[in-house]
Ligand binder design. Sequence first.
Ligand code: VG1
Ligand code: CO
Length: 542
Amino acid sequence: MSVQVIKTQPIEGQKPGTSGLRKKTRVFMEPNYLENFVQSIFDAIGGAEGKSFVVGGDGRFFNVQAIQTILKMAAANGASRVIVGQDGLLSTPAASNLIRQNGTDGGLILSASHNPGGIDADFGLKYNISNGGPAPENVTAKMLARTQEITEYKICDAADVDLGTLGTYALEGMVVEVVDPVTDYQALMEKLFDFDKLRALFAGGFRMRFDAMHAVTGPYATAILETALGAPAGTVINGVPSEDFGKGHPDPNPVWAKTLMDEMMSESAPDFGAASDGDGDRNMIVGKGIYVTPSDSLAVLAANAHLAPGYAQGIAGVARSMPTSAASDRVADKLGIASFETPTGWKFFGNLLDAGKATICGEESAGTGSDHVREKDGLWAVLLWLNVLAVREMSVIDVMADHWQVYGRDYYSRHDYEALPSDVADDVMGDLRDQLSALPGQVHDDLVVSVADEFSYLDPVDGSESHGQGIRIQFEDGARVVFRLSGTGTEGATLRMYLQSYASGDQDLFRDTQEALSKVTAAALEISGLARTGRDAPDVVT
Ligand code: VG1
Ligand code: CO
């Protein structure tokens, strides 16, 4: 076969971040850039010879072109079989499912998730291992090492595969199967949730709006919500994936999904609203007149999961990323099950899920998921919410009021300072680190610091350690602030400040969030000296 061995050299900065390698699209399109990283992935996993993979992406600009390159490289590296979504589309959770269901050795997912798409926007590539989950740190470390010593890559000189037509093709010695992206994922959802009950819910007049944000979940949401469950046409909006996501940010939060938020806060709001991100692994949940924070959503889903058939036996444990609020811990305590606190990024949940220690996991950034795959799963969270609402016959606002009365409320907000000069962001973090031992006992804006540390994680399954995972400052009244730098940005540094404050069930549970957090926010700004960034307000508040 016509394998070409192309000479190349290491390219600086191909460091996999929180969720794979993410760069400007034009960078990915530079000669050898994508190829170097793909070859480094294959080399880091001990070669692709005889292996099988799943490949697909979120449909952004350069998706199909990158997939053609990956297929030709997989064939040249001796892979036996690759499963690809039709038109190159696969949501991240659907890719995770295909890896698990077909027992492939891994998968390559093309997405920069919630980052905008287009030739002048962002692109990304992440590698998932055979359990269907993101490559853990020991694997990404090998990839990074390989990018720094690579001298050549292999690629076939073959024609492009027809990704538009379902079927099985030969690419040199490798089998390429082009599959429908939705079918197997939908079958999995039908096993977990009571589709009859959900059909009856919609037939009874329940109305929802799902904003697919011009990204990959459009086909999934349309097939499941409208076609299978009978929600009226138009339930799914922005449902056709576009290369630049309609020029928007496919980030499901009140800022970027503003149209949906406005509708949900209006007189004519439907009963339920949801949105999903670029690659379909995140979700936003909003009821008529009420936004549900991702941290609260995780807690509510953990408390109510047993109402859905897939979780009727109960759940083994709940895991959350460190910056996520403590709301899910309170649920785990009450249920008498384990709770876990991991670093940011889904890769840290894989071991807990594989070991059966956790069943449900979540992050404050709107990622929730369970052991049905090894990724967060936006549509899964939406369907579990629907199943809970259908069984409890309650509105979202009543579910939340009930939850807060039982557990108390963790007011929560994240303030992002984007595209800061890296040295300024590093200074802020460095100064915080230097202050840690002096902070306990100090009073800032009437709040007394009780504990201050930098989060390290010891994986309870394989004993691996991860350090430098964010600075946490805890106050005596239960409030907390966390500072960390984003690992998914492509411009300068993004500093995230995560704020929370607890109110017990007998207090006013419907205060304005920013107002309820005003003291801890003031204390956090004072301690961190964020004013030196020259910014007088965060760029994004969620
Ligand atoms: C962000 C979120 C994190 C999430 C990651 C990938 O990372 O904060 O919770 O796991 O994105 O999500 P960071 O390092 O920018 O804070 V996705 O939907 O991009 O796969
Ligand atoms: Co995502």
